[in-house]
Design a protein around this ligand. Structure first.
Ligand code: GUN
Length: 292
């Protein structure tokens, strides 16, 4: 069984990006600059944005964190996005989700200039990805593609089952796996809360990608012997035996599923670290004008 090490792979990618940044600086260029907008005080969002900013500094990027009150108006947020759009010093912009209920995610996403949309959430980039044109691809699915590539996992002609159809993970993942590319060329089944006979489908998966957001949802009986299993979930579970008082688990029951899988991502240390590496890579591409 191959344990797919996202921590090591993401560090490799960060080292590659840092080397390129050092080159850019040596050539007299300015380092890539990522701006992040964080609205409100959601604990998980603060942690994620904090990790993104920290990673920027580790690899020599500039970063700007723009914090806005939970009560900020939609109009004001749109104005801030526009300001970043027009700021030629900034290469990439992310607006951390979720946003407060009084703000339209669609309006805000659509305001981000596609050329700076390093999260790959705008209709322009989703469309370009679907067409297999140069595009910013959403960080989590992009990270998974990169893991499959670097671990040389054959996807062509395989049956790939994706559980979960979110705009951020499941839906783009299904498109990436089906398109004519490597990794890709899989026969894809996208499953969700209305899917019937889920177990029948997952049991026929050569590659199973789980992004359902339910702790240890996938059990051993749902997985085919020799399958490749990618676990996108991350959940904090209280555990008094740990010094921190908690441990992290995924959407897959790792202990039993890992005995059947030919390759599997752990939680933590699998898909999670790859997400940030992808965002940084997209930001480098933005700075070097590689997509647009
Ligand atoms: N919230 C959860 N995941 C993400 C992400 O990848 N980008 C942004 N902006 N918000 C998120």
């Amino acid at each position: 069984m191959i344990l797919i090490d996202g921590k090591k792979t993401s560090q490799d990618i960060k080292n590659e990006i840092a080397a390129r940044v050092a080159e850019i600086k040596k050539e007299g260029g300015k380092p890539p600059h990522l701006a992040a907008i964080l609205v409100g005080n959601d604990g998980a969002s603060q942690t994620y944005v904090g990790a993104k900013v920290k990673s920027c500094h580790e690899i020599g990027f500039e970063s700007t964190l723009i914090r806005l009150e939970e009560t900020v108006s939609e109009e004001e947020l749109l104005r801030v996005v526009e300001e970043v759009n027009e700021n030629s010093e900034i290469d990439g912009l992310i607006v951390q989700l979720p946003l407060p209920k009084h703000i339209s995610v669609e309006k805000v996403t659509n305001k981000i200039k596609p050329e700076k949309d390093v999260d790959g959430f705008t209709p322009a980039n989703v469309g370009r990805m679907t067409l297999n044109w140069p595009a910013y691809v959403a960080a989590t699915p992009y990270g998974i593609v990169e893991l499959l590539k670097r671990y040389e996992i054959e996807t062509s002609g395989k049956h790939c089952v994706v559980i979960g159809r979110s705009h951020i993970v499941g839906s783009p993942m299904s498109i990436l796996m089906a398109r004519n590319d490597n990794p890709g060329n899989a026969t894809v089944t996208l499953t969700h809360s209305r899917t019937q006979n889920l177990k029948e489908l997952t049991r026929s998966a050569d590659i199973l990608i789980v992004a359902i957001g339910k702790p240890e949802f996938v059990t051993e009986d749902m997985v085919k012997e020799g399958a490749v299993v990618i676990d996108v979930g991350i959940h904090r579970i209280e555990d008094s035996s740990k010094k921190s008082g908690f441990r992290l688990i995924g959407d897959v029951k790792f202990d039993e599923v890992s005995k059947k899988a030919s390759a599997i991502t752990p939680v933590p240390g699998g898909v999670g670290p790859m997400t940030i590496a992808s965002l940084l890579y997209n930001t480098l591409q933005a700075a070097e004008k590689k997509i647009y």
